[in-house]
Ligand binder design. Structure first.
Ligand SMILES: [Zn+2]
Length: 306
């Protein structure tokens, strides 16, 4: 079974994108209405639809698909998914909306940043404009008492949202809280370019102020001790920023900076071997994520030199 009940009225679907388990998941909230959080990528939409059927949910009862951002692995499948959900609308940040309506530029930039990984995720299909609800705050009813609250959490992307559900007091941070490896209980940064550290740290403070009990990572799964995890993630980002900032000043290559991080960050020391051997994480977590820090450091240093 690739679906799992993980809380009150809350289900997780392992999308098994490209055949990889524990890589990307979607979540389903079941109140008097059904809300899906994260469409996931185009290629695994059939898995998500199977998951809904497995849980005996009617496709026509899904009211919203809330996406934390439009990157292919989170909102890329929205257009394809909506074809299967006749009454659903997509909840997205207004800055993400144009990319859902016309995904061509998003697809091209994903191909150049992600390379072969973008092919595993699949090309996004357009979402009809009238089926999109652009939001940066507010909330959506789950039933008479419960709500899904929208929080703008830019940094990972300039259009990142998080959502907080009141059935269990958990937060869906998208990629704003990093990538979680449940087997080892370890988190690592998820910061491809254009990454903005200052905004990301402010967004983490916003999430901490909500005092959530759980985090539901899109990569991957549910974790408790949410507030402590968010605080730890801030420290980890600051450590990476320090290492990268010095590395850029010393004209080090991406590989040298990455090796510095692998040596100095305890989470990376534990996970490094696994990441290097993983077809997708060797490209994203060890490549794009470090590149995001490097570009941010370069911009910062250029600004400081003015
Ligand atoms: Zn992601």
């Amino acid at each position: 079974m690739h679906t799992q009940e993980i809380g009150k009225n809350l289900y997780q679907v392992d999308l098994e994108t490209g055949g990889f388990k524990n890589l990307i998941c979607s979540y389903i909230l079941r109140g008097s209405r059904i809300i899906i959080v994260e469409s996931g990528p185009t290629s695994s939409v059939p898995r998500l639809v199977d998951g809904l059927k497995e849980l005996n949910f009617r496709l026509e009862d899904v009211e919203y698909v809330a996406v934390t951002h439009v990157h292919l692995d989170h909102g890329g499948g929205a257009g394809t998914l909506l074809k299967a959900l006749p009454n659903a609308k997509v909840i997205v940040h207004p800055r993400g909306m144009p990319h859902l309506i016309d995904p061509q530029r998003l697809w091209e930039s994903a191909q150049s940043v992600l390379g072969f990984v973008s092919e595993i995720f699949g090309e996004p299909e357009p979402v009809p404009e009238e089926r999109i609800i652009p939001v940066t705050d507010g909330s959506f009813d789950l039933d008479d008492d419960a709500k899904l609250k929208v929080i703008e959490t830019v940094g990972h992307a300039s259009h990142s949202l998080s959502f907080q559900e009141s059935f269990n007091n958990g937060v869906f941070p998208g990629d704003a809280a990093g990538t979680y490896f449940p087997e080892l209980d370890v988190v690592i940064p998820t910061t491809p370019p254009p990454f903005h550290l200052d905004s990301e740290l402010a967004s983490l403070d916003k999430l901490i102020s909500l005092n959530p009990s759980f985090l539901y990572y899109s990569h991957f799964g549910k974790a408790s001790n949410a507030v402590q995890r968010l605080r730890d993630y801030k420290l980890q980002l600051q450590l990476w920023a320090q290492i990268t900032d010095q590395g850029v000043r010393d004209n080090k290559s991406l590989e040298e900076i990455r090796n510095g991080i692998l040596a100095e960050d305890a989470a990376m020391r534990r996970l490094g071997g696994y990441l290097k051997s993983h077809k997708i994480y060797s490209k994203t977590a060890l490549g794009n994520t470090v590149q995001g820090f490097i570009e941010y450091a370069k911009q910062n240093q250029a600004k400081a030199a003015l």
